[in-house]
Design a protein around this ligand. Sequence first.
Ligand code: Z5A
Length: 214
Amino acid sequence: MTMHGVFVTIEGIEGAGKSTAVSCVAEWFTEHGYDVLCSREPGGTPVAEDIRRILLTSTEEELAEPAELLLMFAARAQHVARGIRPALEAGRVVVCDRFTDSTRAYQGAGRGIDSGVIESLAAYAEQGVRPDLTLLLDLPVEIGMARASARRGTSSKDRFEREAHAFFERIRAGFLRIAAADTARICLVDASAPIERVQAQIRAILDDRFETAR
Ligand code: Z5A
């Protein structure tokens, strides 16, 4: 079936400002007359949000790496089938906080899982649903961590936030490699700038990509 909507994903390390960027992108499309669905991964549907709880907060036993990868894709398969694809088929804009590039960066570059395994699971879970545009919010790891910890306050860290600094450096480098290999889809945003400047960069990209297409 043909899909008429627009699928935009937001990527980056923690504290990059992805949630803030999702609102900015949603606002731009709403102002331009589109019907927008904001979502996130892992999660986005009731079943996928159940899987998210296991992935982020499970502490009863250590999650094995293959299990973490398969749970990410189980959540994604459910989100695509029950959330993203129906919205795109209805002509809506879907703005998603993280998608498969996060798996490539976290489970691939971060944990060292083979890219062949990741790409074959991606093809199976996505069933042809691919982002039209991805905004990669890039910034130094220290700045992202400082922002995330300021926002977190006294609440406890999730499974990923407890990882060492080097893990996040591998992920940032992984994201940059992914972006360099797919410049047609992925636009880099300097996320170390103040919020207003980040939002101006995002709006300029959307003006450039979608205003002339209307
Ligand atoms: N994960 C994975 O391993 N594999 C996968 O396939 C997927 C995910 C899909 C959950 O993701 C974890 O799952 C994630 C990767 C893994 N773990 N980590 N790390 P998540 O997206 O829910 O969690 P997160 O990355 O930790 O999100 P976050 O900390 O909420 O980051 P954010 O959304 O990018 O940031 P924010 O909430 O928009 O901003 C953070 C704070 O900074 C906030 O107070 C803002 O007001 C402030 N902020 C935002 N922009 C600015 C600027 N420009 N200047 C100053 N301050 C700013």
